[in-house]
Design a protein around this ligand. Structure first.
Ligand SMILES: C[S@@+](CC[C@H](N)C(=O)[O-])C[C@H]1O[C@@H](n2cnc3c(N)ncnc32)[C@H](O)[C@@H]1O
Length: 441
C-alpha cells in the first residue's frame, strides 16, 4: 500500500506490516454482503430484531463448511454474540454452540431467538399474542426512566404511553417463555415507532419521520415471529433441553459475560469460533440500543452509563484509562503521529490504546477456551481516524500470533467508503473489512 494512502508523517511500520502479511492476504469480494446484517433481514428468526452491527447467518454457514467441523461433536462459540447469529446458525446446522455478550439486550434477543417451537406451549403462545393485541388501552401505571433524555426525544407522549401500556400487559403473562417472546416483539418495534434511526455511531434523531401506529406494528411483528417459529422454528433437540438461555449447563446457550474475562467463571470450550468484535469506529452500543435498554433493562441513567463503561473500549466514552501494555510498532507509529496533530476529539488516542489492550485480553481468553485444532474466523473493519489509517486486521493478527494462534489468512471481503469528506481529504483510499482466519495448533 502506498505510504500516502496510510497517512501521517510516519508510515514505515505500517508499510512493513502490510508487506509482511501480503502472502496471507486474499480478496474474496463475493463475501461483501455476507459480512453485513442485510441478508438476515429476510431470513426467518434471524430477522426478528434488527442488529445492524451483525453479520449474516450465511457467513456462519460458509465458515462452518470451510472449517470442516463435525456437527454433534465440534462446539461453536461466539464471544461477541450480538443478536445470536453464530449460535443460531450453528444450532440449525446441528452443532452445540454457545455465546457471550456484555449488552443485556443482546443476550435477551439471542436467548429468545434460540428457543425452538418445542420450547413453547404453542396454543398458549397464540392465545397470549391474541390477548395482548386485543387488550383495550388504559393509562399505564409504569413509567420509563425519567432521567434518560433520549426517551423524551424519541417518542411522542402518546406513543410512549402506548408502549408502556403494552409492556405492562406483557409483564402480566405468567409463562416466562411466552412473556419474553412478547417482550421481544415489543422491543423490536421501538425504533420503527420512534423519531430515531440506528444509522451511525449514535442513535440519530429523525423528527420528520412518519410514525406508524404502535398496535398495528406490534401485531405485524408478533405474527411474523409466530409464523417463523411455527414453520421453520422446529429444531432437532441436541443434547439435553437447549434453553433457558441463562443456564450455563445446557449445551446451547448464551450468557451475559465479558469477553475480556470469562474463562475463570465459564467452564466450556470451543472448536470453532465465528465472531466479530466491536470495530474501532466509535460506535457506542449503549447509545445505539438506548431505547431498548431503557424500556426493559435499566432503571435509570446511572445504570445505562454503567453499561456504557463496561463495553469494550471501542468508543469515545470508554473507561478505564488505558495503560501502555500493547506496544506494537505500527500502533506506536499511529499514536506518535496523532500526538503531533490537533485532534477533533482529544480522546481518540485513549480509545485506540484501550481498544488494543482490550482485544489483547480477549485474544488471551480465546486461546484458553480453544481446544487444540480449533479454527477461528473473526470479522473486523479497519478505520481511518483523524487521517491515520489503522490496520486493525493486521494488528489483531499480530496480537493473535503473540498469544499462540497461527495466522492462516486475511480475507478481504469489501472496501468500505470513507465519508466523501475523508475521501477528498486523504485521497480515494477505501478502508477494508476482512475476515481473519486463525487456528490453534
Ligand atoms: C459487531 S457486534 C457482534 C454482532 C454479531 N456477530 C451478530 O451477528 O449479531 C459486537 C458485539 O460485542 C458486544 N460487546 C461489546 N463489549 C463487549 C465485551 N466486553 N464482552 C462481550 N461482548 C461485548 C456488543 O454488545 C456487540 O453485541
Amino acid at each position: 500500500m502506498r505510504a500516502q494512502a496510510i497517512g501521517g508523517s510516519q508510515t514505515d511500520e505500517r508499510v512493513k506490516l502490510e508487506k509482511g502479511f501480503l502472502p496471507l492476504i486474499e480478496e474474496r469480494l463475493s463475501m461483501r454482503q455476507l459480512v453485513t446484517y442485510v441478508p438476515n433481514k429476510t431470513v426467518p428468526i434471524h430477522r426478528w430484531f434488527s442488529y445492524k452491527e451483525g453479520f449474516s447467518a450465511a457467513l456462519v454457514d460458509v465458515f462452518l463448511r470451510e472449517f470442516g467441523g463435525q456437527p454433534g461433536k465440534s462446539r461453536v462459540f461466539d464471544p461477541f454474540v450480538g443478536c445470536g447469529t453464530t449460535v443460531i446458525a450453528a444450532k440449525q446446522a446441528g452443532y452445540g454452540a454457545w455465546g457471550i455478550d456484555i449488552l443485556p439486550v443482546a443476550i435477551f434477543v439471542a436467548g429468545v431467538k434460540l428457543r425452538s417451537a418445542e420450547d413453547y406451549d404453542l396454543l398458549r403462545l397464540k392465545a397470549g399474542i391474541d390477548r395482548l393485541l386485543a387488550s383495550p388501552y388504559h393509562e399505564p401505571s409504569i413509567s420509563a426512566p425519567q432521567d434518560v433524555r433520549i426517551i423524551e426525544l424519541a417518542f411522542s407522549e402518546d406513543v410512549l404511553n402506548e408502549i408502556l401500556f403494552f409492556k405492562e400487559e406483557v409483564l402480566k403473562e405468567e409463562d416466562e417463555s411466552i412473556r419474553e417472546f412478547l417482550l421481544l416483539g415489543l422491543l423490536s418495534i421501538l425504533e420503527k415507532v420512534s423519531y430515531t434511526s440506528k444509522d451511525g455511531q449514535f442513535l440519530r434523531l429523525k423528527p420528520e419521520k412518519n410514525i406508524p401506529p404502535v398496535r398495528a406494528t406490534l401485531a405485524r411483528q408478533l405474527r411474523l415471529m409466530y409464523r417463523d417459529l411455527t414453520t421453520i422454528g422446529y429444531q432437532m433437540r441436541l443434547f439435553e433441553k437447549p434453553v433457558k438461555y441463562i443456564v450455563p449447563s445446557s449445551r446451547i446457550y448464551v450468557l451475559l459475560a465479558d469477553a475480556r474475562d470469562f474463562t475463570s467463571t465459564i467452564d466450556d470450550y470451543a472448536d470453532v469460533i465465528i465472531t466479530s468484535p466491536p470495530y474501532l469506529n466509535r460506535y457506542d452500543y449503549s447509545r445505539i440500543y438506548g431505547l431498548e435498554l431503557s424500556l426493559a433493562f435499566v432503571e435509570d441513567f446511572d445504570s445505562l452509563k454503567a453499561i456504557r463503561h463496561s463495553l469494550l473500549r471501542s468508543h469515545i466514552e470508554s473507561r478505564p484509562a488505558p495503560t501502555d501494555e500493547v506496544n506494537h510498532p505500527a500502533l506506536l507509529e499511529v499514536l506518535s503521529n496523532l500526538a503531533g496533530k490537533k485532534l477533533n476529539n482529544p480522546r481518540i488516542p485513549v480509545m485506540i490504546k484501550g481498544y488494543f489492550e482490550d482485544m489483547n485480553l480477549v485474544l488471551q481468553e480465546l486461546y484458553k477456551v480453544c481446544r487444540p485444532g480449533a479454527r477461528i474466523a473473526l470479522v473486523v473493519g479497519n478505520v481511518r481516524l483523524e487521517g491515520e489509517l489503522i490496520p486493525v486486521d493486521l494488528l489483531l493478527s499480530e496480537l493473535a500470533s503473540d498469544v499462540g494462534f497461527k495466522i492462516d489468512q486475511v480475507i478481504i471481503t469489501r472496501y468500505k467508503g470513507n465519508s466523501s469528506q475523508q475521501m477528498g481529504k486523504y485521497g480515494r483510499v477505501p478502508v477494508r473489512e476482512s475476515v481473519l482466519v486463525w487456528s490453534r495448533g
